[in-house]
Design a protein around this ligand. Structure first.
Ligand SMILES: Cc1cc2nc3c(=O)[nH]c(=O)nc-3n(C[C@H](O)[C@H](O)[C@H](O)COP(=O)(O)OP(=O)(O)OC[C@H]3O[C@@H](n4cnc5c(N)ncnc54)[C@H](O)[C@@H]3O)c2cc1C
Length: 437
């Protein structure tokens, strides 16, 4: 119930803010200014600036990791919205820069380049805004799909920091020069509070909380255990770990504090519920970070951000569930299974290309047995072992009366979701964690 209220509350606040920003640009336009030379371009330029920066703030808020919003909506959904929204603020701000320069040039009967030069020389805070604009456009170009595909995840993450800097650099010129702000102290106050609140939330949730949790729980690697080909469990010891408030199926962003790794945080699910002294994650080597974790030395300090994720029993609408995972997706499934009550009789479907890829298998078998459930293992290549509506209903005859939890690579999650929908399961009963953001 709280999640539904939060979801609707967030949507209403964002909608109201959008309406207020539109109204601000329109109401504050002095009558007659549209008929003056360059008036239309300046008006539309102001409108696009206000809407563009408002949407940029919304984008920042979507990934600010505010706990209550993360739990209500889920990080994967928030990141999806963030990505979907991203072309808008950048295009609108680019349009603002273009139209405002054209409008002022028309009013001054000057050339566009001459007007741009005069902006930088004579208007306060314009140089900073121009640098901010350049940074925004650089990030915009890097976001074009063809370029993005070639950029490493870490570089991509670092580029986002420039976007924060770009927004900060552009703030002053908006307040000092924007027609909606000049001579409107209340508007300046409200806009400044909105910016300060957004920056505050980012600092608290993306910096303050992780630092606090890391200092409080004092995590260190104590053991690395090989689980299968290219898969290792990392056991971390710390203080009061049962007070982290983790539900089975959730994940943290992990930062191992050694040379070459401290600056990158990667998401890994817990592969077991925390005990007061230990946390466990299980990682499959697919790239440089996930390969390096298997070679961490005992004693390595660990910083954490989280817990995140809605892949938990709390999301379930029915008492009975079916859990499906492929490959390394068993990690979140294993922890979620451990969190289910003893009489839950879960059906678990594990998918792997080879038997040795079924890591944590013995633990899962034991947890399923203790809960009176059933375990199905589907081993073989995708062409030989297909999961379709018919085969799934044969494995889980009462599928329609259960909630489904699906975890693993994005292609597997997408395929199973489609199969579940075709089998008549409504979207509200399908929960997923795709191992890619
Ligand atoms: C919610 C979630 C839970 C996950 N849980 C597990 C788990 O329990 N065990 C496990 O082995 N793997 C898990 N993963 C996947 C794991 O995060 C990636 O395999 C790992 O980050 C790859 O990093 P790399 O440097 O080794 O490889 P790279 O070659 O850099 O990346 C391989 C792919 O992983 C993704 N990726 C890389 N870095 C990040 C990042 N910082 N954030 C998000 N995605 C990234 C990208 O899509 C990339 O294409 C999880 C992913 C998510 C999103």
């Amino acid at each position: 119930m709280l999640h539904v209220v939060t979801r609707h509350g967030v949507a209403i606040l964002v909608g109201l803010g959008f309406g207020a920003v539109l109204a601000l640009a329109i109401v504050d336009e002095p009558s007659g200014s549209l008929h003056a030379p360059g008036g239309v371009a300046v008006f539309v330029g102001n409108l696009t600036a206000l809407v563009g920066t408002y949407l940029a703030l919304v984008m920042v808020l979507l990934v600010s990791r505010v706990g209550i919003v993360e739990r209500a909506i889920g990080q994967d959904q928030l990141v999806r919205w963030h990505k979907r929204l991203s072309p808008w603020p950048l295009s609108l701000i680019a349009l603002h820069a273009m139209l405002t320069t054209i409008g002022y040039a028309q009013a001054a009967k000057a050339g566009v380049w001459a007007e741009l030069g005069s902006f930088v020389r004579t208007y306060p805070d314009m140089l900073a805004a121009l640098v901010g604009f350049g940074l925004m456009m650089a990030v915009g170009i890097a976001s074009i799909r063809a370029v993005r595909a070639k950029v490493r995840h870490e570089t991509w993450w670092a580029l986002h920091l420039y976007l924060y800097m770009a927004l900060a650099l552009s703030f002053a010129h908006q307040i000092v020069l924007g027609p909606s702000f000049v001579g409107h102290p209340i508007t300046v106050a409200v806009w400044s509070v909105a910016w300060a609140a957004t920056a505050g939330l980012v600092l608290v949730y993306r910096v303050g909380m992780p630092v606090f949790r890391t200092l409080r729980h004092q995590l260190r690697v104590v053991e690395i255990r090989t689980e299968g080909p290219g898969v290792a469990s990392i056991i971390c010891e710390g203080k009061d770990l049962d007070r982290l408030g983790v539900a089975g199926g959730q994940f943290f962003a992990w930062r191992f504090l050694v040379r070459g790794m401290w600056w990158q945080a990667h998401p890994y699910s817990l592969s077991a519920l925390p005990s007061p002294r230990y946390l466990r994650l299980t990682v499959k080597a697919v790239g440089d970070h996930s390969s390096a974790v298997a070679h961490l030395k005992p004693g390595t300090r660990v910083a954490i951000e989280g817990p995140y994720g809605r892949f938990t029993r709390e999301s379930s609408t029915q008492p009975r569930v079916v859990l499906l995972a492929a490959g390394i997706g068993v990690t979140a499934l294993r922890a979620l299974l451990e969190d289910l009550p003893g009489d839950s009789r879960p059906v678990v479907v594990l998918r792997a290309s080879k038997a040795e890829d079924l890591v944590l298998r013995a633990e899962i078998e034991e947890l399923v047995r203790a809960r009176g459930g059933k375990l199905h293992e589907l081993i073989g290549s995708r062409s030989k072992v297909r999961i379709d509506r018919g085969s799934l209903v044969r494995l889980v005859p009462d599928l329609k009366s259960r909630d489904a939890f699906v975890c693993g690579p994005p292609e597997f999650v997408g395929h199973i979701e489609a199969v579940l929908k075709s089998a008549g399961l409504p979207l509200t009963r399908i929960h997923h964690e795709a191992f890619s953001l």
